[in-house]
Structures are given as structure tokens and as C-alpha cells.
Design a protein around this ligand. Structure first.
Ligand code: A3P
Length: 310
């Protein structure tokens, strides 16, 4: 049951399905997916093969997540852990430059990533089946942050409404049903994504974190990350990282609040911020009892048998 969107697109290309409408957005060519409200950057499809063959170094450090599970937050922490809590540089240099997005849909980041000095810090949302296959042999360290499905869904709904290339017209209920079937999001099913990484949690090169634990005790999670990456930090450095990475501080930091998306015209004006609420349990303000029941059932079916609970 792999529903990875990237694979889905790949199959489209192989079958040379007709009906893909090309539309211009800003300087980009996008494909409009038939029967959906999704627009996909044209060369997203063409890059899959290149992604797969990308050369991995064993000392790379990857932050991988399902989108909206706390990627940006984890990246900022990992960067600071690796750079002696250098908040000055973190304030000056855009996170996306310090910690590039491997499969960034709009500009190919891989030529720059290839030239980065080791250890490279790389962000990705790729599901296990579409990771560059050298990852399996070179075993770089991977920090994978998970988030409870209901809050992830709420966060994604607001994000998708904000994104101008995705002309999403559905309401929350429609979105939620599509989301949990893995059709709305470019990285496939939430369930498969989480489960595939969760099953690798005992591998020495994997550290699995939960957004909820980061909210409860960030100090503890920062120390966990430092230990995993073999970095010795003083208590003061840990505290500096914790303070630099609160929701409020990151929201006001133009190097880490993803405001470059606004500057590129990717976000619709007046639809809120990338740094939206940063809370656990916001789903209670959005879910009807029926949707709640649906997700609880899916949770029981997909995650609970493997012991993954939120
Ligand atoms: P909400 O929409 O629920 O507010 P990603 O970076 O994977 O796209 O995840 C975005 C989510 O992480 C958003 O959730 C965002 O507000 C939240 N987030 C980002 N930085 C955070 C921080 N420092 N503390 C708590 N939540 C944060």
C-alpha cells in the first residue's frame, strides 16, 4: 500500500497519461493534476531518477519528516546542535541555505548539496521507498520527527490553503478525508510514512522524535539530539538552543520562519503565517465527532498494532 505521491507521478509519466494541463505560475511551469486541485512543478517528476542515484556520504545528517510534523523546528535545533549553538549565524543566514531541502520542488538544490562540505545537513520529506538508495548502504544519521495525525492534518489544511500554487478549494472535512487517504499531500500517506520510519527506530543511525515531546520538554529533546549526533554541549548551550527555538522566537526570526516563501509569492496574502500556532491539540477546534472517530479507527488499524501512539 505505498501511496507515495512521487511514485504516483512517476507512474503517470511512464504511462504517458494524457490530460495533464501545464500552467504557468510565477517563473515556474506546473502540471495541473487532472481531477484534483493539485499543481505539481514540472521537473518534480523528472527528478525522481536523479534523486534515487544521488551520492550519499556516511557523515551526512538528514532531518526527515512527513510535512507539517515540525521539520523547520527540528532543522533549526539540529543546525544549532551541530554548530555550537551559534545563534548569531542562525539569525543571519536563512535556514534553507544552511540546511537545504533535498527535493525542493521549485529550484533544484542538489547541485549545491553535492558541493557542500561535510557534514552536510539535509532536509527531506521523502518516504522510505523513494529515498536515494545509497542511504541504505551509507547509513547517514537520520532524525525523523513524528506528530500526531490530527494536528498534522489541521496544520496541513491551513498550509495548503495558504499556498498559492495549490488552488485548494475543499473544506476542512473534505480535506481531512483526502488527507488520510494520502491523496492531497505530495509525500503519500501519513500512515505509511510514519510506520516505515517507526519500524526502523532501533537502527543505530535513526533517531525518532515526537513533536509532542518537544513541546513538553525541549531541553530533554535537545540533549537527546546532541547525544545522538555525538555533540557535547554545555548546559548553557542547551539552554541557548531552547530559547532560540521557542515558537515565539522562531516566528519572529526571518531566517527561520520560512518568510522566504512569502517573498517568492508562494503564500497567499492574508491567509496566516507558516508559523501558525505551534500547539498540541489544536485539532479539538476543528474535528467533528465523526472525523475524530474516523481517525481513531485508522490509528487503531495502522499505528497502534506497531506500538506507535500519540
Ligand atoms: P501549526 O500549523 O500547527 O502551527 P513543518 O516545519 O514540518 O512544515 O511544520 C510546521 C508546523 O510546526 C506548524 O504547526 C508550525 O507552527 C510548527 N512549528 C514551527 N516551529 C515551531 C516551534 N519553534 N515550536 C513549536 N511549533 C513550531
Amino acid at each position: 500500500g505505498i501511496t507515495t505521491y512521487a511514485l504516483y507521478l512517476w507512474r503517470w509519466k511512464k504511462k504517458k497519461l494524457t490530460g495533464l494541463k501545464t500552467v504557468k505560475f510565477g517563473g515556474f511551469n506546473l502540471y495541473e493534476a487532472p481531477g484534483t486541485s493539485i499543481y505539481v512543478p514540472e521537473d518534480h517528476i523528472l527528478r525522481l531518477e536523479e534523486n534515487n542515484n544521488f551520492e550519499i556520504r556516511s557523515d551526512d545528517i538528514w532531518v526527515i519528516t512527513y510535512p507539517k510534523c515540525g521539520t523547520t523546528w527540528t532543522q533549526e535545533i539540529v543546525w544549532l546542535v551541530c554548530n555550537n549553538a551559534d545563534t548569531e549565524t542562525a539569525n543571519d543566514v536563512e535556514l534553507d541555505t544552511r540546511f537545504p531541502f533535498f527535493e525542493y520542488p521549485f529550484t533544484n538544490r542538489r547541485p549545491a548539496i553535492r558541493k557542500m562540505p561535510s557534514p552536510r545537513l539535509i532536509k527531506s520529506h521523502l518516504a522510505i521507498p523513494v529515498l536515494p538508495h545509497q542511504i541504505r548502504e551509507k547509513k547517514p544519521k537520520i532524525v525523523y520527527t513524528m506528530r500526531n495525525p490530527k494536528d498534522t492534518c489541521v496544520s496541513m489544511y491551513h498550509f495548503i490553503k495558504m499556498l498559492s500554487p495549490i488552488n485548494y478549494k475543499g473544506n476542512f472535512e473534505e480535506f481531512t478525508k483526502e488527507f488520510f487517504m494520502g491523496v492531497t499531500v505530495g509525500h503519500g500517506s501519513f500512515w505509511d510514512h510514519h510506520l516505515d520510519y517507526w519500524r526502523l527506530r532501533d537502527e543505530p543511525n535513526m533517531l525518532l522524535l515526537k513533536y509532542e515531546d518537544m513541546i513538553t520538554d525541549l531541553n530533554k529533546e535537545v540533549k537527546k539530539i546532541a547525544a545522538f549526533l555525538d555533540k557535547e554541549l554545555t548546559e548553557e548551550q542547551v539552554q541557548t538552543i531552547v530559547e532560540h527555538c521557542t515558537f515565539k522566537t522562531m516566528k519572529n526570526n526571518s531566517s527561520s520562519n520560512q518568510s522566504h516563501m512569502q517573498n517568492m509569492g508562494l503564500m497567499r496574502a492574508g491567509m496566516g503565517n507558516f508559523m501558525r500556532k505551534g500547539k498540541v491539540g489544536d485539532w479539538k477546534n476543528h474535528f467533528t465527532p465523526e472525523l475524530n472517530e474516523m481517525v481513531d479507527q485508522l490509528n487503531k488499524k495502522w499505528l497502534e498494532p506497531d506500538g506507535l501512539t500519540f
